[in-house]
Ligand binder design. Sequence first.
Ligand SMILES: Nc1ncnc2c1ncn2[C@@H]1O[C@H](COP(=O)(O)OP(=O)(O)O)[C@@H](O)[C@H]1O
Ligand SMILES: [Mg+2]
Length: 244
Amino acid sequence: MANAIEVSNVTMRFNMSKERVDSIKEFLIKKVKRQLRFEEFLALKDVSLNVEQGDVYGLVGLNGSGKSTLLKVISGILKPTKGTAKTYGTISPLIELGAGFDMDLTARENIFLNGSVLGYSHAQMREKFDEIVEFSELQDFIDVAVKNFSSGMVARLGFAIATITKPDILIVDEILSVGDFLFQQKCEARIQDLMSGGTTVLMVSHSIEQIERLCRHVMWLDHGTIRMAGEMEPVCEAYKAFRK
Ligand SMILES: Nc1ncnc2c1ncn2[C@@H]1O[C@H](COP(=O)(O)OP(=O)(O)O)[C@@H](O)[C@H]1O
Ligand SMILES: [Mg+2]
């Protein structure tokens, strides 16, 4: 089976300023004088990961272990300091709530905006429109500006748009833990739908039970390094024992 995602020896370094500067002017002066000191922080250390086409792969790990950073590197949002990340096929990243939405526009307008970002024509989106609205359960709010939505509503709209188009690769960061139980079930059902249609899924979830239900393979990240990776069951068992 060919790979859908190939991550090779990725290291991600963030520079965090150690100094408090009170203004941009002060920052620029210090920058010119090279007086800024930075603390380097490695969010990912030499991480490699191959995800086969059609696989459903989960990432687990405590807060701050590097899960979101890895998803952003794979989605092309962050450029790794070292190493490479490649994806094959169309990719739909659901990373941050409302990323890709213009908060001042209505849900209707955002559906068309996102559609064009994903490469769909106006006509194609018109065809999908009713299904998106129905899935997101936002019929009564479709002409309301998204800035007035709750985080759950934003997540519903984002998920509906990202999955309507059957991407080759779906990347999901935590968003399935927002919203009510019924909606989570709907999202799971749709992920299972996409899975049976061959979509590769890489997901992070707060819920280890959800990872266990959906994923075939799992990677456990710990302080930016791979603690364990492979078949779902042994990795989840080890992670659960560690968390206790
Ligand atoms: N843009 C950034 N600048 C500096 N540090 C960051 C940035 N993004 C993430 N980090 C840090 O990198 C670490 C990993 O973050 P993240 O990938 O969000 O972890 P997780 O999703 O597993 O909770 C955290 O310590 C976080 O504070
Ligand atoms: Mg995260």
